[in-house]
Ligand binder design. Structure first.
Ligand SMILES: Cc1cc2nc3c(=O)[nH]c(=O)nc-3n(C[C@H](O)[C@H](O)[C@H](O)COP(=O)(O)OP(=O)(O)OC[C@H]3O[C@@H](n4cnc5c(N)ncnc54)[C@H](O)[C@@H]3O)c2cc1C
Length: 437
């Protein structure tokens, strides 16, 4: 076993995701000697699959909207974003020669549409800055002494000493990308509280008959509004807008991902296994207007069946189900239409009910919510309030965002700040030690 006695490095960064790579860049830029330890055989494995393999590097929205899209402790990041934000991410990549483009909802991508462009440019920058990159180097434990970070123990048994460590090992979702929740154990050993991790940006399971019978499986809907309610169906928990898809287990897609953030906490709060959700299929119209226009269309073609009248106004695959649920014979025409039937049909179109039974598991989620309690982390430096020289960055913290480049923004920005402050802390510590010896 080989043990380093003196500090070979100023800063040890654990985890080669966006948070750890950016932490290494910023620490090295401040003149720190940096080693980046990555468990897997490549850097940025999750970054490579983000944004459908195109890498949604950041989002161009203004700061207040950025924070609004970070439902998990977005406000904790004010101080971080004051130091480094989405504009700085764009500048950083432009300086590396990576051209970016803006897509819908402010999402930023490399013009090449390839995540590899982003990752390779960062790796090149890390090398240029002299960061010692160690792949296939899983960290086993962190050691602390007298309220200070002491050393990192690798799986090989090797020990590395440094003045500061940045823990950037991610959450627990998609563990095959490397993030297996190791950081929670090390944080707990340092005395930190861990907010129980839970899945976000994930598909929702539903218990309705049409799910079991796969009536709507594969059907996508554009620009719908989902509202999640408390168990009694009275109080709105969240209302989200966007595209969705019906699946074999329930519902998924961008708007469902946003809604999913609130499902686990609400089920826990109300101690229930199901929650009502409604989908407004026609959010751009009022229910009264819709009823009036259908009624007048039926009136002008009194012999045409309702199923044919509805064609073109609704997703065709939903029509039989909607008519069945509202107890209307699909072949009914204007002469035979019961008045209450149309009202019931309208109610279903403007609030299609879904019985949410949960989320897909954390392993399948895009994002891990929960993590190291932010009250125990200094917002300006991301240093632990409990152990000196211990820093956190990225998804390992109890911070989570909606998809759309917001999570990667959190990772890059917190990485930047943690790396910079770890460099200062380590160099300051070294100076004190030199004075004492
Ligand atoms: C399919 C998918 C699509 C996504 N799309 C988007 C998107 O479009 N926009 C967006 O904003 N976000 C997206 N995300 C989320 C985003 O990728 C993550 O939030 C982000 O990668 C988190 O960065 P991180 O650096 O904190 O952690 P990670 O990227 O998870 O990196 C952590 C690293 O630490 C390493 N590690 C773990 N344990 C150890 C150990 N013991 N020793 C050494 N190394 C270790 C891991 O191998 C890993 O490389 C997506 C996620 C997924 C899964």
């Amino acid at each position: 076993m080989h043990t380093h006695t003196s500090h070979d490095y100023d800063v040890i960064v654990i985890g080669g995701g966006p948070a750890g790579m950016m932490a290494s860049v910023s620490a090295a830029r401040r003149g720190a000697r940096v080693i980046l330890l990555e468990k897997g055989n490549v850097l940025g494995r999750k970054l490579m699959i983000s944004g459908g393999g195109r890498c949604n590097v950041t989002n161009a929205k203004e700061l207040d909207e950025l924070i609004q899209n970070i439902p998990g402790n977005g406000r904790f990041l004010f101080s971080v974003f004051h130091q480094f934000n989405n504009r700085d991410i764009m500048q950083y990549f432009e300086n590396l020669g990576i051209k970016l483009k803006e897509e819908d909802r402010g999402r930023m991508f490399p013009v090449t549409d390839k995540a590899k462009t982003v990752r390779d440019a960062m790796v090149k920058d890390l090398k240029r800055l002299g960061v010692d990159i160690r792949l296939n180097a899983p960290v086993k434990r962190l050691h602390y002494q007298n309220g200070r970070f002491h050393s990192v123990e690798l799986n090989t048994g090797d020990t590395l000493h440094a003045g500061a460590v940045v823990v950037a090992v991610g959450g627990r979702s998609v563990p095959e990308s490397g993030s297996t929740g190791d950081g929670y154990i090390w944080a707990r050993e340092a005395g930190h509280t861990i907010i129980e991790p839970f899945p976000s940006a994930v598909g929702l399971t539903a218990g309705d008959t049409w799910v079991k019978e796969r009536t709507l499986q594969g059907l996508s809907l554009k620009n719908v509004v989902q509202t999640l309610y408390d168990p009694r169906g009275k109080k709105k928990i969240t209302t989200e807008e966007g595209d969705m898809i019906f699946t074999h287990f329930g519902i998924s897609g961008p708007v469902t991902f946003r809604t999913s953030r609130y499902v686990t906490p609400a089920m826990k709060k109300y101690k229930v296994n199901t929650l009502p959700l409604s989908i407004n299929l026609q959010p751009q119209e009022s229910m009264d207007n819709w009823m009036q226009s259908i009624r007048s269309r039926m009136k002008s073609q009194p012999d045409k069946s309702i199923k044919n009248i509805l064609k073109g106004t609704l997703p065709e695959r939903m029509i039989p189900l909607l008519l069945q649920l509202s107890d209307i014979n699909p072949d009914t025409n204007y002469h035979h239409l019961p008045k209450s039937g149309l009202a019931e049909l309208a109610r279903l179109i403007f609030a299609f009910p879904v019985t949410i039974t949960g989320t897909l598991p954390l392993e399948k989620a895009t994002v891990t919510a929960g993590g190291v309690h932010v009250k125990e982390i200094e917002p300006g430096t991301l240093q632990s309030r409990l152990v000196h020289g211990l820093f956190f960055a990225g998804e390992v913290m109890d911070v989570d965002a909606h998809t759309g480049g917001y999570n990667i923004t959190v990772a890059f920005c917190t990485g930047y700040v943690a790396g910079a402050s770890a460099a200062s802390e380590s160099k300051g510590f070294e100076a004190v030690q030199n004075m004492e010896s």
